[in-house]
Design a protein around this ligand. Structure first.
Ligand code: IPE
Ligand code: IPE
Ligand code: MG
Length: 243
């Protein structure tokens, strides 16, 4: 795979994707929403493979939000089975690709089977040095921030941390993403321009890229288009333009 328009020197270190639009894609074709989720898994495989080929440092994907439990039970059940299948079928290939997988969110609320699959996958790939692949599953950024605050409060109560010792670095270290590089680029498919409780802290200075394309139709080529666009942006981080 060769993308001449892509300047490897200007690649984001960390790309985070809100994989949205599965249901609408399926409905438009007269299919069940579940068919959209199945198709979405195929897209995910292709995008992860592209990240591997491009040697991206980190890819985070939003797979299931803390709010997605509000969906009909049948859809939630379907997603859980799909998730479990995906882990089972893909983990060896991911491992062979030197991918290091990690889960963000309240994974302890998943079924015992899924929890053990998550632990197995994380354990299998723990020493890999390729793409850091984080899956946000039962993840909500507000929930993550509250859990981090609780952890820090417990350290203060136990005398391990002084009140004055709480700063951005300490807070970041208490988040689920503690060992990931900063998020450079957030991509959202499916046409909506909102964040939906994804990586609120981490995207403070991220660039955003939105597309109308529904996730099942998102391609490696469009992914690269987003990366090329990122490479053209001028990030200032609050400072003034450097000449
Ligand atoms: C994203 O697609 C997948 C999940 C949220 C699990 P949706 O299921 O939200 O599809 P739309 O946005 O309703 O089309
Ligand atoms: C965000 O999509 C969550 C995931 C992609 C997993 P949603 O479909 O849940 O977001 P809203 O409801 O449109 O904001
Ligand atoms: Mg959606």
């Amino acid at each position: 795979m060769n993308y001449p328009e892509l300047d490897r020197e200007r690649l984001p270190r960390h790309v985070a994707i809100i994989m949205d639009g599965n249901g609408r894609w399926a409905n438009a074709l007269g299919l069940l929403r579940s068919a959209g989720h199945t198709a979405g898994v195929k897209t995910l495989k292709k995008i992860l493979q592209t990240a591997v080929n491009l040697e991206l440092e980190a890819l985070t994907v939003y797979a299931f939000s803390t709010e997605n439990w509000k969906r009909p039970l049948a859809e939630v059940d379907f997603l859980m089975h799909l998730f479990s299948d995906y882990l089972e079928k893909e983990k060896l290939e991911m491992h062979a690709n030197n991918v290091r997988i990690k889960f963000l969110g309240r994974t302890e609320e998943f079924s015992p089977l899924i929890q053990s699959q998550i632990r197995d996958a994380e354990h299998l790939m723990r020493n890999n040095t390729g793409v850091r692949f984080d899956i946000a599953a039962n993840y909500g950024a507000q929930d993550e921030i509250v859990r981090a605050a609780r952890r820090i409060a417990a350290d203060v109560l136990d005398g391990r941390l002084a009140l004055d010792g709480i700063n951005e670095k300490v807070f970041e270290a208490a988040l689920d993403t503690c060992d990931s590089p900063p998020v450079d680029l957030v991509i959202r498919t499916g046409g909506d321009m909102r964040v939906s409780n994804f990586l609120l802290w981490q995207s403070a200075y991220a660039e955003f890229w939105f597309t109308q394309t529904n996730w099942p139709e998102f391609t490696p080529e469009e992914f690269v288009e987003a990366l090329v666009d990122f490479g053209k942006r001028e990030r200032r981080f609050g400072a003034i333009k450097s000449s």
